[in-house]
Design a binder for this molecule. Structure first.
Ligand code: GLU
Length: 449
């Protein structure tokens, strides 16, 4: 195989790195590294109307956070306009592209008429045979042959072919001098020596236009692999209405990048040994692009939560991660002793506050009404006992038995009074950490509130 060079080419038109793009990035990166190749980032910023300020910065930050480093880039298409213009003009000279002077109004009318006739929207070729160049605003269009077929081989899907008569004379250079996606992507993939174009299946229908461009330029085709699109659990296309789609959301919710990457890896590909939990380095050793499934994988946040829990359980640096996740508001010296009580129950870093917030802040709200009597009871049961969970447990059970009260009710009352909640980490171990003074303060405050 020639030197392997892969890329992702995100457009800075969204909030951040879309989780589907994170998925494609992972596959491109792993494939390149498996073959000792390079992974490149190119920012396709030619659509000025959809440009979102700050998007690129967040895309790159998300890639770094996920642990997907790139070898070259980021390159920017907006800095390469003269290259695309030269290439487009070269195609005009060879007769593979032409100037088009049609106005927006004319094109709108044409589309309306086509719709009325139930025809597919396609440029009608008005400017195709113009003999000479005119003055005034113009675009450059691809001169697609009217007959024949355009084919390519996809390593995941096999041969795909399109009839040329169904391929539009696509605009390749806009009147503002910017290339469209089709020209930009082909010119750059060629000039950047991209060997494998691995991208989402939504680009399959664009690929024949790209193949024609390669043929017109006389360039060698890259190897294509179109990945299946991620779906919501109801099989609809992953969209922000049903599922959070931006990487930053998962970061803010306290998902660990290793877990996200591991989960993404399992979506359309299976580890040959059937493993579910593995590192990106392990994946690199055994990954095989041709084994990607074409059936649409479901991106299931519950499954991701499970995977994240697996990573949280074995994380030797969890205390520090929690410390940083909460911008240092919880002191690390206080986080460390709590970890054994909550680690098994946590699925995300954000759940630390839900489970352990009461260690740092007295509860203001209580999940159910308290009984002043029971609170007073447990407070006196705990008054003189050693501050050790076994001793406390015995003291409470003995006192409850003596009074003929159910120990279970007493423990629940104690839990609600001290933590505000009906469920949480092991209670008496928690009180051990919270300390006698603080526990008594909470019981007093609550009892007389
Ligand atoms: N700019 C395209 C995107 O936004 C790139 C598609 C491709 O990889 O060719 O995803």
């Amino acid at each position: 195989m020639n030197a392997v060079r892969t890329r992702i080419a995100p457009s800075p038109t969204g909030v951040d790195l879309h989780i589907g793009n994170a998925y494609t990035a992972l596959i491109n990166y792993v494939f390149a590294k498996k073959h000792n190749g390079q992974f490149i980032v190119r920012i396709e910023d030619t659509d000025r109307t959809r440009f979102v300020e700050g998007s690129e910065k967040r895309i790159l930050a998300s890639l770094a956070w996920l642990g997907i480093p790139y070898d070259e880039g980021p390159f920017h298409q907006s800095e390469r306009l003269d290259i695309y213009k030269k290439c487009a003009e070269e195609l005009v000279e060879k007769g593979h592209a032409y100037y088009c002077y049609c106005t927006q109004e004319r094109l709108a009318q044409m589309r309306k008429d086509q719709e009325a006739r139930h025809e597919p929207p396609m440029y009608d070729g008005t400017c195709k045979n113009l003999k000479s160049k005119k003055d005034g605003p113009h675009v450059i269009r691809l001169n697609v042959p009217e007959t024949g077929v355009t084919k390519f081989t996809d390593v995941i899907r096999g041969e795909i072919s399109f009839e040329n008569k169904l391929i539009d004379d696509q605009v390749i250079l806009k009147s503002d001098g910017y290339p469209t996606y089709h020209l930009g992507v082909v010119v750059d993939d060629h000039l950047m020596n991209i060997s494998h174009v691995i991208r989402g299946e939504e680009w399959i229908s664009s690929t024949p236009k790209h193949v024609l461009l390669y043929q017109f330029f006389g360039w060698e085709l890259p190897i294509y692999a179109h990945m299946p699109l991620l779906r919501n659990p109801d099989k609809s296309k992953l969209s922000k209405r049903k599922n959070p789609v931006w990487s930053s959301f998962y970061r803010e919710q306290g998902f660990l990048p290793e877990a996200i990457v591991n989960y993404l890896a399992t979506l359309a590909w299976a580890h040959p040994e059937g493993k579910e939990v593995f590192t990106i380095e392990e994946m690199m050793k055994v990954f095989d692009l041709t084994q990607i499934q074409t059936t649409a994988p479901v991106f299931d946040v519950d499954k991701l939560r499970w995977m994240n829990g697996e990573y949280i359980r074995k994380d030797s640096d969890l205390g520090k991660k929690i410390f940083e996740f909460y911008s240092h508001i919880y002191p690390i010296s206080q986080i460390t002793p709590i970890l054994p009580l909550v680690r098994e129950r946590m699925h995300t870093l954000a759940e630390f506050a839900t489970l352990a917030g009461f260690f740092f802040e007295r509860p203001h709200e209580f999940e159910r009404p308290k009984s002043a009597e029971l609170v007073q009871f447990v407070k006196s049961a705990l008054t003189n006992c050693d501050w050790n969970h076994d001793v406390m447990e015995k003291a409470i059970r003995d006192a409850a038995e003596k009074e003929g009260i159910k120990a279970r009710d007493v423990f629940m009352e104690l839990r609600v009074a001290v933590t505000g909640k009906t469920v949480g980490p092991p209670l008496l171990e928690s009180l051990e950490i919270l300390g006698r003074d603080e526990t008594h303060k909470r019981l007093s405050g609550v009892a007389y509130a």
